[in-house]
Design a protein around this ligand. Structure first.
Ligand code: 4AD
Ligand code: MG
Length: 430
């Protein structure tokens, strides 16, 4: 007898196997129990006939509680009515652990309750589908950069300086010195690009977001490529090719999961190059036409992003935002000093900004001025300024937020379900 995972069970038709897992659900009649057993890779129906097993074992099956740990041994049979195409006719059931009253029952629960029980909620089919899509997305991202000549370069988590503004920093005590949890690996990737040409980092980033929205986590994962000798156009080309490639790959490889999530994949099949590219000014015109009051100079928030996304059937690339609403490191457009050579990519269907990036300021004096104007401590940036002292070149990059991208691909309204253990304002457990 062999220990087998449910996902491989099709290779074992007619043979005896053991599945080790947990009781997902069951129903019984006088002579028969149907046990739905999950093992993490899938769910298989196991049929226990009274005549096939000792009497006490049959009785034990009737008393099994939801999420009890069991091992089930029996013969695999084809069953066209089962969602996986197979079932097990059981010869033996062993109880490993009888679960106490499992809190998440098949009835509806509120989201706060489910979030409090996130460590258990992970066992449900919908969460499985989302987190498998997440894993596939991360695989596709790594494959993309690894196969396009980018070097994976890990950025530090403890940092001495702010990258994305000082209002949402998490401060920690670093042996008596002030340190911050990183908001972005970008500044380190700029050093990496000057050393290796094309690099990317992929890791957790932190922002003390004090607003409760469906798009903001305090801890989220970001992938950040950075390339030497790239300008804004090169950067937009890369972002476009990257997003089109990874989305197509996830849709192709995770059909089953997207079906579980009832995602309308026709909305993802349109995600092909070229994506529309518009200037901030044009985006502003669209918003005004739609009755939204946004003044020139203001950054877009969630509502603006949603309205803009309604205009397009694929992600829209918006470039050249007003300099004043963007970070200190953005390069000013030589053709218009009021705007920065920056880019955002907004996902369709209201899933918000998934990419932020642009061309970086590469002139030492201009960058020093910007650091001063933004009230940032010069000492903390002296190493960063070195990059403009020793062979400074044009360069650009961007950051893609994993959770918003997973939310978009899965069609999940709130980012809290797109990461195994979300960290939000007001949520630090489990
Ligand atoms: O636009 P952002 O702030 O850009 C940067 O951090 C740049 N330094 C990246 C770079 O150029 N290397 O963030 C990039 C992306 C956003 O577009 C969004 O997808 C995601 O990170 N993001 C968040 N996701 C979840 N929760 C939050 N609080 C997020 N803040 C940003
Ligand atoms: Mg941004």
């Amino acid at each position: 007898m062999s220990n087998v995972y449910v996902e491989d069970i099709g290779n074992w038709v007619g043979k005896e196997v053991t599945v080790r897992g947990w009781l997902y659900n069951m129903r019984s009649s006088g002579k028969l129990h149907f046990l739905l057993v999950r093992d993490g890779t899938g769910i298989v129906q196991c049929v226990v006939f009274k005549a096939d097993v000792p009497e006490d074992m049959f009785e034990l099956c009737g008393k099994l509680t939801q999420e009890s740990a069991i091992t089930v041994t029996g013969t695999v049979r084809e069953d066209p009515r089962s969602p996986i195409g197979y079932e097990i006719r059981v010869r033996d059931v062993q109880l490993v652990h009888q679960a106490m009253d499992y809190p998440i029952t098949p009835k509806e629960h509120g989201v706060d309750f489910l979030m409090d029980n996130r460590h258990l909620w992970l066992r449900s089919s919908k969460q499985h589908a989302i987190l498998r899509v997440r894993a596939e997305l991360i695989r596709a991202i790594r494959e993309y950069f690894d196969s396009h000549g980018f070097l994976l370069l890990d950025a530090p988590i403890f940092t001495p300086a702010a990258c994305e503004g000082t209002t949402n920093l998490f401060e920690t005590d670093y042996f008596g010195e002030r340190a911050y949890l990183t908001q972005s690996g970008q500044l380190y990737m700029e050093a990496g690009a000057m050393a290796f040409g094309k690099v990317y980092c992929f890791g957790p980033t932190f922002r003390a977001e004090k607003s409760k929205t469906r798009r903001h986590l305090t801890e989220f994962w970001m992938v950040e490529p950075e390339v030497a000798y790239f300008n804004l156009d090169d950067d937009m080309d890369l972002a476009e090719d990257f997003v089109a490639t990874i989305v197509a790959q996830v849709v192709e490889r995770k059909k089953k999961e997207l079906e579980v999530l009832e995602r309308d994949v026709t909305k993802l099949e349109t995600v092909k190059k070229p994506f529309p590219r518009i200037r901030y000014d044009e985006a502003l015109e669209i918003l005004h036409r739609k009755g939204m009051e946004v003044k020139w100079g203001e950054d877009f928030g969630g509502d603006e992003e949603t309205l803009l996304s309604e205009e397009f059937d694929r992600p829209v690339i918006i470039h050249r935002y007003p300099r004043e609403c963007k970070a200190f490191y953005m390069k000013t457009d030589p053709e218009n000093p009021k705007v920065a050579l920056c880019v955002d990519m907004i996902a369709p269907e209201g899933y918000g900004e998934i990419i932020g990036g642009g061309q970086r300021e590469d002139d030492l004096n201009v960058l020093e001025d910007r650091i001063r104007q933004h009230g940032l401590p010069r000492e903390a940036f002296s190493w960063y300024l070195d990059l403009r002292r020793y062979g400074s070149v044009p360069h650009a990059g961007f950051g893609l937020g994993i959770e918003r991208t997973v939310g978009w691909i899965c069609g999940i309204h709130h980012v809290r379900e797109t990461i195994p253990f979300p960290r939000l304002m007001g949520r630090l457990t489990p």
